[in-house]
Design a protein around this ligand. Structure first.
Ligand code: NAD
Length: 475
């Protein structure tokens, strides 16, 4: 753990192991923190806040620039740690490190635009000024699927705004978190500004972050179930919360779209990170006029995807993170097939050529998916493309919106009018129109409904760490 600028063991002396999900091999071990360790980290963050929040934004930005340069200089070594621990192909890991570093640079700049406002008063002898001040100590909890960028997407805006932070990473990817904090250590942030508490059991760390009144904000990325529970607890103490939760993205292919182009786009976005992405398409609606050429192209592309270790050239499909995730994928396919869906590719665990040691699931396509099937509503988080063939262009909008989630949606069309109709009427926070990668440090990322509260990245991302203070001056 990294607390008050020092690498520490847990008070209990306990450790836990991190393993490679492609091979099952142990990669290393880290401290397993608990409530007292978390309290120590909060003590440090609270002490550091009084100094860090008083630096000028230009001074704070210098630390973030240094962290950005160091992260880019270590892009290759960080990518290796990520591929080993999380399993994504090495090229995708390199892309993620770049995306992670982008947040450090972007928020170093954005902090300089925390302007505040002057507001005209109805009284001649009164002046109003609204300023933005950092909320205080932030508690952050991050997931394993994007184990480096989900850390900087929180740490960069929080620190840029003048907050200090205590971060707990996912128990599947503590070595990635450790590697990021080694960069923060080298960047020379003052002790206590950024603290890391690794833990095998997240519950006591979360409980301490929620119960300590000095922690003014909780920022969480992970499942809707855990996010809802943490938010209820935070609500009891009126802590501010930001929640980036699960998704169930529709991918709509309109009758005027190019089916080959759409199938190519779907293959790239659906199987990215083996489907373990919150913005992964989870219901693919294809118009019946172009369904056959679309499915033909999709099937050919999916059957060509190579599964294996992320270090092997040409591999596009890495392992799932755990046995539990593997079973969830198997269960969704089995349920769909039993209820009448047809399998076009994959459908089972991969158990040959050494893959039996990892949690590999074959890239899968199922067609004729209906609302009665589990996969129609449950987030898959795996390499399964469920296809629904539709006829009525009016119906597809309400079908796409018929989910409790509201994170991302995708539309393929050549018609401007159709594009705007979907952009304006889909109830999701991020809409990709003929675009499978609508993400950037400069763009607001986040969901509606059960997909969360608040936004990360962009101007919105720094506002999450600021309080508005009004000054009324009688002159
Ligand atoms: P998860 O909710 O199981 O875990 C996320 C984090 O919460 C981990 O650090 C975990 O240790 C911690 N956690 C779990 N129980 C806790 C508790 N009782 N108290 C405190 N912390 C606790 O989710 P996951 O399986 O790691 O991640 C997958 C989920 O994350 C998916 O639903 C995915 O859609 C979502 N996700 C969302 C985004 C987004 O930006 N919206 C990005 C990535 C992942």
């Amino acid at each position: 753990m990294f607390i008050h600028g020092e690498w520490l063991s847990a008070d209990s002396g306990e450790v836990f192991q991190s393993t490679n999900p492609a091979t099952g091999k142990v990669l290393g071990q880290v401290a397993s923190g608990s409530r007292s360790d978390t309290r120590k980290a909060i003590d440090s963050a609270a002490e550091a806040f009084s100094v860090w929040s008083k630096l000028t934004v230009y001074e704070r930005a210098e630390f973030l620039y240094r962290a950005h340069s160091l992260m880019m200089a270590e892009q290759d070594s960080l990518a290796v740690v990520m591929t080993e621990e999380q399993g994504k192909p090495l090229a995708a890991s390199r892309n993620e490190v770049k995306y992670a570093a982008d947040f450090l640079l972007w928020f170093a700049e954005e902090a300089k635009r925390i302007y505040g406002r002057t507001i005209p008063s109805a009284r001649t002898d009164q002046r109003f000024f609204a300023i933005q001040q950092p909320v205080g100590v932030v508690g952050a909890i991050t997931p394993w699927n994007y184990p480096i960028s989900m850390i900087t997407r929180k740490v960069a805006p929080a620190l840029a705004a003048g907050c200090t932070i205590v971060l707990k990473p996912a128990e599947f990817t503590p070595l990635c978190a450790k590697a990021v904090f080694e960069i923060f250590a080298k960047a020379g942030f003052p002790p206590g500004v950024a603290n890391l508490v690794t833990a095998a059991d997240p519950e006591p760390v979360g409980a301490e972050l929620l119960s300590d009144s000095r922690v003014r904000k909780l920022t969480f990325t992970g499942s809707t179930e855990v996010g809802r529970m943490l938010s209820q607890e935070a609500g009891k103490r009126l802590k501010r919360v930001s929640l980036e939760l699960g998704g169930h993205a529709p991918f709509i292919v309109c009758p005027d779209a190019d089916p080959v182009h759409a199938a190519k786009g779907l293959t790239l976005v659906k199987f990215l990170n083996t489907g373990q992405a919150c913005i992964s398409p989870n219901r693919i609606f294809v118009h019946s006029d172009i369904a056959e050429p679309f499915l033909q192209e999709l099937t050919a592309r999916v059957k060509a995807l190579k599964a294996g270790s992320g270090f092997e050239p040409g591999v596009k499909i890495g392992p799932l993170v755990s046995k539990g995730e593997l079973e969830k994928n198997e269960n969704q396919v089995q349920d769909a097939v039993e209820k009448g869906a047809r399998l076009l590719a994959g459908g089972c665990r991969l158990m040959e050529d050494g893959l039996e040691n990892g949690y590999f699931f074959a890239p899968t396509i199922i067609r004729d998916v209906t609302p009665s099937m589990l996969i129609y509503r449950q987030e898959t988080f795996g390499p399964i493309a469920p296809v629904i063939i539709y006829d009525d262009s009016d119906d597809v909008l309400s079908m796409a919106n018929d989910t409790d989630y509201g994170l991302a949606a995708y539309v393929y069309t050549k018609e401007l009018k159709t594009a705007f109709r979907f952009f304006e009427n889909l109830n999701f926070g991020i809409i990709g129109i003929n675009d499978i990668n609508p993400t950037s440090a400069a763009a607001p990322f986040g969901g509606m409904k059960d997909s969360g509260l608040g936004r990360e990245g962009a101007t919105e991302g720094i506002l999450e760490y600021l309080e508005t203070k009004l000054g009324g001056f009688s002159v």
